[in-house]
Design a protein around this ligand. Structure first.
Ligand SMILES: [Ca+2]
Ligand SMILES: [Ca+2]
Length: 470
């Protein structure tokens, strides 16, 4: 089958320098105790009371952190009860178990609350992506029982990507035009009414390409080509996401390799040169399309947890996340050292310290780490080479990786050097173009003199430099 060429408008869609912040609405901030149902913040699988109003009230924090896009978990009405497959009562607090695609879950808020959130975010220069599910409905949801919709659900789960029941959830027959139309109208209609900037799409590979192409056509018609689609294709990377980019079904996909590759490098489980090879490969992504890369999400054990709470190494991970290509995705609270854990502890409450905000009132915040995030985000956004530059390995030894990001438009070269060793300082040669000049370390706010060809740049143990010519 011949694939149509990607749309020209994708050559510069303006998303290259975005920094995304991902929030589980229920676990962030409770702005309206009156909408709380089945709330027990001591239980892992219950609702914790967070809502759209609470999130709106904290937007200044996000603006102050410097993030530019907010991704929120689904807010459609979820199944009213809980399931017990996990060994404890597990509710739809995450929003992925829809019971009605045409109403919002009162536990999260109303459509007016969503619109107010979007407006308030836009006032602060923050775009909003809403998480949407097209593939399945919640366990035992009304769609499985209503005579009008029963036939929309696959009677038996298949073995292939399209007909499998992800997590045992009832799979929608998305290939039926009636089902597709119903879902398009629900999600696109909501986006149009509340002014969303895009969707984060769940379980993309479990719905066929024809569906996603029709989805894009409907979106273009309703909202224009700017509407942004970040898709979850499990296991995605620059190469295997391409079938969705080639036909413009998505604008971006998750890079599932970043967390593991970065942690392996930092923990000494892989050679610096191997990590560099991985970083280089990320640049094979189709022009005008993006990889989104995370250190933690709601589906994996977070980076800080995997690093056994080692804040120094975690900060180096964040520095790498914000110094490589793609759209960095910060999972709520990791900027203040939320400890996370394996599922479902990875979905713990946003720590609010002594601010008195529920459900995470009293949970400790690492403000120093947050300041590092602020500086890293500001540095990235102010240094085009870090988000749109080319990538080339520069120097590797046992524990040091340095690479050059070069911005083709301005010629600016930035060298990012990370020494993972806990004991040894590392050294690397300067770029040839630096000889006889002063070089600025943007991260440590130092100036280094590069005297002559013999000069080396030292990187102290467990630290990093981000270097460029003055
Ligand atoms: Ca609430
Ligand atoms: Ca499916």
């Amino acid at each position: 089958m011949a694939l149509p060429a990607a749309a020209d408008s994708h050559e510069d869609d303006g998303w290259g320098d975005e920094v995304l912040y991902f929030v589980i609405v229920d676990r962030f901030a409770d702005g309206d105790p009156d909408n709380n149902q089945n709330v027990d913040i001591s239980a892992k699988g219950t609702f914790h009371g967070g809502d759209l109003i609470g999130l709106r009230e904290r937007l200044d924090d996000l603006a102050d952190l410097g993030v530019t896009v907010l991704w929120i978990t689904p807010v459609v009405k979820n199944i009213p009860g809980f399931v017990t497959g996990a060994g404890f009562p597990d509710w739809g607090y995450h929003g992925y178990w829809a019971d009605d695609f045409y109403s919002l879950d009162p536990r999260f808020g109303s459509e007016e609350d969503l619109e107010a959130l979007v407006d308030a975010a836009h006032e602060r220069g923050i775009k909003v992506l809403l998480d949407v599910v097209y593939n399945h409905v919640g366990y035992d949801s009304r769609y499985t029982k209503d005579p009008a919709t029963r036939a929309w659900i696959r009677a038996s789960c298949g073995q292939d990507d399209l007909t499998t029941c992800v997590g045992g959830l009832p799979d929608l027959k998305t290939e039926l035009p009636e089902v597709a139309d119903y879902l398009f109208k629900a999600h696109i209609g909501l986006a149009e009414r509340v002014g969303l900037d895009g969707f984060r799409i769940d379980t993309v590979k479990h719905v066929d390409h024809d569906f996603w192409q029709e989805h894009r056509r409907r979106l273009n018609e309703a909202l224009g080509e700017e509407f942004f689609l970040l898709g979850e294709v499990w296991g995605g990377d620059a190469r295997n996401l391409d079938p969705w980019f080639a036909t413009d079904e998505l604008d971006a996909g998750f890079d599932f390799g970043f967390q593991g590759s970065t942690l392996a490098f930092l923990q000494g489980r892989g050679r610096p040169i191997a990590f560099n090879r991985y970083l280089e490969k990320r640049h094979e992504v189709r022009e005008g399309y993006h990889l989104g890369h995370y250190l933690s999400t709601h589906d994996v054990a977070g980076a800080l947890f995997q690093l056994e709470g080692d804040i120094e190494l975690f900060e180096l991970a964040a520095l790498l996340q914000l110094s490589v290509s793609g759209i960095p995705i910060i999972f709520y609270g990791e900027e203040v050292g939320r400890p996370g854990g394996d599922w479902p502890d990875n979905r713990s409450d946003m720590p609010w310290g002594d601010l008195g905000i529920k459900p995470g009132a009293g949970l400790p915040r690492n403000e120093e780490l947050r300041s590092s995030y602020q500086r890293l985000i500001e540095l990235r956004r102010g240094t085009p080479a870090l988000w749109r530059g080319t990538h080339a390995g520069h120097h590797f030894d046992q524990d040091l990786l340095s690479f050059v990001r070069r911005d083709e438009a301005t010629g600016q070269a930035v060298v990012v050097a990370v020494n993972r060793s806990a004991e040894q300082a590392a050294a690397m040669p300067p770029l040839e173009e630096w000889l006889g000049s002063e070089v600025k370390d943007l991260w440590n706010e130092e100036t280094l003199e590069i005297a002559g060809a013999e000069a080396t740049v030292t990187v102290p143990p467990r630290s990093a430099r981000i270097l460029t010519l003055e």
